[in-house]
Write a protein that binds this ligand. Structure first.
Ligand code: GLN
Length: 504
């Protein structure tokens, strides 16, 4: 087999598999061994080697028979909020610790074997399920009921969250790509903290069918991988209208790889981004932004300019307000979504109750962790009579104003650039005493989430302590193809995305 296949990424593995330089079984064995060797990262919650190897063997047979599905035989893993028929799904919660779904999420089916009775899948092999904050609530993966995931760049630091296991696994080259979900930044922020490339598409591009709900009007699936090209390969397979999700956009599936490597319309190969107006919101560069992060982000923007783009000043005046708005709307929706965990229909049921009310109480007290309880209480409060108008309704109004601010920006620019996070990844436990500190650090990812816009984190080199920094790119609605094209152009000209954490 070829040396270090874990460095090839999805596109490279596709070529190697097609050229018969390795088989899916060999590749799967190799990556399973890496998963075991780096068990201490806490990236995986569930690994099923036998099932993965059987799937890899089937993929090799399909290839031998002439099948050329786009991800055929390529090992990936799923954030543990995507339900899977072949593996347990916990959402990082004790509440769902032994939960077994009878079906696959649409995204899982499309990446793997296909939707039963529907279209053929892309043929990826699933190695297992990845650690995450409980019900995707968090920014560090420390809210997982099964222990934190660690950052491969420095294992005393957090990998970000809530898709922390996905980010750690991709950064450590345990899998070339993983799924994630992003409600308020949970793909972009862990991608930034681990030097991986992550994309959250426009709300509605990926089906939410089979994704354990946190905040339904914000939750969106996406990818973490080693490059924009790899993200494009997975996103093309995952996206497209799903009749089983009423909020799924009625957009045909797209091939996001088509424009990669092409100059923008009217631009030349030497200056492929000629004509692109990159908006820099002045609120994305506040005094509290760490200087190492600002330096890397400005260097990445300078690269875009060197490739022909033009930087323009724009304004997102309600950037700071996106924090209270999100932390009202997301808990409100969560409190409603999580009411289904009553000990009757799904998951854990307390063994210590004599009557129904006591059973509900104890089930929820035992099943949920502290952050989930906090959000259920906040959500219930802001939705209750007398407070609804003061909090929830105001937040909804502001949400619309935030979306309108973006609309105005996109009259002056084609995409928006800025930091993903105010600082590089912090130490495990650093925010244990104060959950609000973590909420404040979501400032740059929340605006695009509230507006439902697509966003990416693209590696932009290393800041203090050798920790990765991410450049955030935000596109207009359904602008993910352009986002990926621009990120790919940047990655053709730089090698920040190729940096691998020492020891991996
Ligand atoms: N950090 C944010 C939160 O805790 C975002 C989480 C997410 O996107 N799932 O809610």
């Amino acid at each position: 087999m070829i040396a270090q296949p874990e460095r090839l990424g999805v596109a490279g593995l596709r070529r190697a598999l097609a050229a018969r330089e390795c088989s899916s079984v060999e590749l799967t064995q190799h990556l399973l061994a890496r998963v075991t060797a780096h068990h201490g990262l806490g990236a995986f919650l569930h690994v099923d080697g036998e099932r993965a190897l059987a799937a890899a063997a089937r993929a090799d047979q399909r290839r031998a028979a002439g099948d050329d599905a786009v991800l055929l035989g390529i090992p990936i893993a799923h954030k543990d909020v995507f339900v899977t028929a072949d593996a347990p799904t916990s959402a990082g919660s004790r509440m769902l610790q032994h939960y077994a779904s009878p079906f696959d999420a649409t995204v899982v089916a499309r990446l793997g074997d296909g939707v039963p009775g529907g279209a053929r899948g892309a043929g990826a092999v699933t190695l297992g399920k990845l650690n995450c904050d409980e019900f995707a609530m968090g920014s560090t993966n420390e809210n997982s009921a099964f222990g934190p995931a660690r950052n491969p760049w420095d294992t005393s630091r957090v990998p970000g969250g809530s898709s922390g296991g996905s980010a750690a696994a991709v950064a450590a080259r345990l899998v070339p790509a993983a799924t994630g979900t992003d409600t308020g930044g949970s793909i972009r922020q862990p991608a930034a903290f681990t030097g991986t490339t992550g994309i959250k598409p426009t709300y509605g591009v990926c089906s939410r069918y089979g994704i354990i709900a946190f905040a339904s009007s914000l939750d969106q699936a996406g990818v973490l991988a080693g490059s924009a090209e790899d993200c494009a390969l997975l996103l093309s397979a995952m996206s497209g209208h799903d009749p089983r999700d009423a909020t799924s956009a009625e957009h045909p599936a797209q091939d996001f790889t088509l424009d990669l490597g092409r100059p923008l319309p009217g631009a030349s190969a030497a200056r492929p981004l000629q004509g692109l107006r990159v908006g820099l919101p002045h609120e994305f560069f506040p005094a509290m932004l760490a200087t190492d992060v600002e330096g890397r982000v400005r260097a990445a923007v300078a690269e875009l300019v060197a490739l022909g783009a033009q930087a323009v000043e724009v304004s997102l005046p309600r950037t700071e307000l996106s924090i209270p708005v999100y932390y009202i709307i997301a808990p409100a929706e969560a409190s409603s979504n999580l009411s289904r965990y009553d000990g009757v229909r799904y998951g854990h049921r307390s063994a210590h109750a004599d009557d129904l009310l006591e059973m509900y109480r104890r089930t929820r007290a035992e099943g949920f962790g502290a952050e989930v309880k906090r959000r259920i209480m906040i959500g219930t409060y802001v939705l209750s009579h007398g407070y609804y108008d003061a909090y929830y309704l105001q937040a909804q109004k502001l949400r619309r104003m935030i979306a309108d601010d973006f609309k105005r920006c996109f009259e002056r620019c084609d995409l928006i650039a800025g930091p993903v996070t105010p600082s590089v990844a912090w130490q495990l436990g650093a925010q244990a005493d104060d959950p609000v500190k973590a909420y404040l650090a979501d400032i740059f990812t929340l605006p695009a989430s509230l507006a439902g816009l697509p966003g990416m984190s693209v590696p932009a080199g290393q800041g203090d302590h050798g920790m990765p920094v991410g450049l955030q790119l935000i596109g207009n609605y359904f602008g993910e193809a352009r986002l990926l094209q621009v990120a790919h152009a940047l990655q053709q000209a730089t090698d920040w995305h190729r940096a691998v954490p020492p020891g991996f």
